[in-house]
Design a protein around this ligand. Structure first.
Ligand SMILES: [Zn+2]
Length: 165
């Protein structure tokens, strides 16, 4: 185990929340993501930049995958993607196409989360295997939710009751 190697899912999810705080501090919707290899080494991290870059596709997971296109292309089924929030359809699809081995998130998103859609298993998605893991940590769920609720109160109060039902 070398530098930047962690052992627990909670450690990785905690890193996603640190990234989500960067989003929050820059006015963006607070979501963070980290990429971990099959030895537990931190490869890279990213956060949501939609508002500051005025783009609807710059979700944390998209930024992370795009930054690491080449290593994902060369090493299929080797990386785990951790996110502070359940991925949307775009991010889930992008992770599957890029052969992410496992996707773990801190908190479910009943408004835009894609795990329900993925479970329908279209013929296309059935070609790929991705291991989806819900958060093992109530404390991290609460921390991620607190950031998102604070942001929604400031920016999108209409979504407060839609995201966490
Ligand atoms: Zn997304």
């Amino acid at each position: 185990m070398g530098e930047n190697t962690y052992l627990w899912i909670e450690d990785y999810l905690d890193l996603t929340i640190q990234e989500a705080k960067k989003s929050f501090d820059s006015g963006n919707f607070p979501v963070g993501a980290v990429l971990i290899d099959d030895n537990g080494k931190l490869i890279d991290s990213a956060h949501n930049l939609m508002l500051s870059k005025q783009s609807r596709v710059l979700h944390a997971e998209m930024n992370l995958i795009i930054k690491n296109q080449l290593i994902l292309y060369e090493n299929p089924d080797k990386y785990t993607l951790y996110s502070s929030l359940e991925p949307c359809l775009m991010c889930m699809g992008t992770a599957i196409i890029n052969k992410i081995f496992r996707f773990v998130w801190a908190i479910n998103d009943s408004w835009a989360g894609a795990s329900n859609i993925y479970s329908m298993k279209s013929p296309y998605f059935s070609c790929y295997e991705i291991n989806i893991v819900d958060s093992p940590s109530i404390a991290l769920m609460k921390e991620s939710r607190k950031l998102i609720v604070e942001w929604l109160k400031l920016n999108r109060p209409d979504l407060l009751l839609k995201m966490f039902v």
